[in-house]
Design a protein around this ligand. Structure first.
Ligand code: XMP
Length: 326
């Protein structure tokens, strides 16, 4: 159990000693771990750190802007924002198998990152937001999915090909410690206490083939769900339903169903809301969200997102269902 100001001072000294006057490259994903690693390393070495933020077009609503605002504008971190939406959408066109989609997204991600890294000829270090549970996880042998999770999170394979030394300043911290560190370093509370978001992003929340049209509809529906979760306070605990759930999101189903709106018939897409409670993400219960909350979300999504006319709630626990739908 660390005292944060002391911990920061010590970690900063260690990073300075390790890195000296050399340059460091970091892949920023917008997730908690890479964000906290970036803030910590920036505190230690300032402009010797350059972050590369690859936008695969499968991020949540306004997420890229938020990342740029937090890091580039507020913290003064040097961030290269690569909008690779077209490239990812091109590679994903016509692909509907979940594992094939994951592989493509992971591969393109590494490729785009590598291309940017290749331009930075003075970089000697690759920083990663590896935390203690990742260290343990990669020591144990895991399923294909777990390996994919790991390699995507930590941009696997890059150190070899780029000939960079690894800098992993969060290696000894647990998630709750990483969060406290993030807040102590000045990152926004909401960013640091966000639900986990998978590396392939909305790519695994759009069932089957990924299309930009689907991603745009999904982003808007999901933003409404998250906003209502944040704004609905449970009177018993005084906490928001966002904080009372471990992960919550919207899934896009590329099927159409019939509805009515005004005097007209609609024939539009369906979304599913997913919210779970879990301590380890290995097993999870579907969350018993208040009906009033579900009702508000459904009403708003159908009224505000033209193209979606039906909202369902996923009442499957893990196992046998997984948390994500793909
Ligand atoms: P499942 O769907 O297997 O998910 O119950 C368990 C947790 O892992 C996350 N997840 C991923 N994270 N890359 C990631 O970085 C992935 O490919 C991936 N697949 C699942 C999921 O969001 C949940 O928190």
């Amino acid at each position: 159990d660390w005292n944060m100001p002391d911990y920061i001072e010590e970690a900063v000294a260690r990073i300075r000693e390790q890195v000296g006057d050399e340059h460091v490259l970091l892949g920023l994903s917008g997730g908690v771990d890479s964000s906290v690693a970036a803030a910590l390393i920036h505190r230690a070495i300032g402009d010797q750190l350059t972050c590369v933020f690859v936008d695969h077009g499968l991020l949540r609503l306004n997420e890229a802007d938020q990342v740029m605002k937090t890091f580039a504008d507020n913290l003064g971190v040097r961030v290269i924002h690569v909008d690779a939406t077209e490239q990812f959408m091109g590679k994903l066109a016509g692909v509907s198998d979940p594992e094939a989609k994951r592989k493509i997204i992971g591969r393109e991600f590494v490729e785009v990152f590598q291309e940017e890294a290749g331009k930075m000829t003075n970089a000697r270090w690759l920083a990663q937001g590896t935390i203690y549970p990742d260290v343990i996880e990669s020591a144990a042998s895991k399923t294909g999915k777990a390996v994919a999770i790991k390699s995507h999170h930590n941009v696997g394979g890059l150190p070899d090909t780029l000939n960079l030394k690894l800098l992993e300043p969060l290696r000894e911290l647990f998630k709750d410690e990483v969060r406290k560190l993030g807040v102590a370093l000045g990152l926004p509370h909401d960013m640091v206490y966000r639900h986990p978001f998978p590396g392939p992003g909305l790519g695994v929340r759009i069932l089957g083939e990924v299309k930009k049209e689907y991603a745009d509809l999904l982003r808007r529906a999901d933003a409404i769900f998250i906003e209502e979760l944040r704004n609905t306070i449970d009177p018993e605990t005084g906490k928001s339903w966002y904080d009372l759930t471990s992960q919550a999101f919207t899934v896009f189903l590329p099927v159409k169903s019939v509805g009515v709106m005004g005097d007209g018939r609609t024939y539009d897409y369906v979304v599913a809301l997913r919210a779970v409670q879990t301590s380890d993400f290995m097993t999870a219960d579907w969350a018993e969200l208040p009906y009033a909350l579900l009702k508000r979300v459904s009403g708003r999504v159908i009224n505000e997102v033209r193209g979606i006319n039906r909202v369902t709630y996923d009442v499957s626990s893990k196992p046998p269902a997984t948390i994500e739908w793909e």
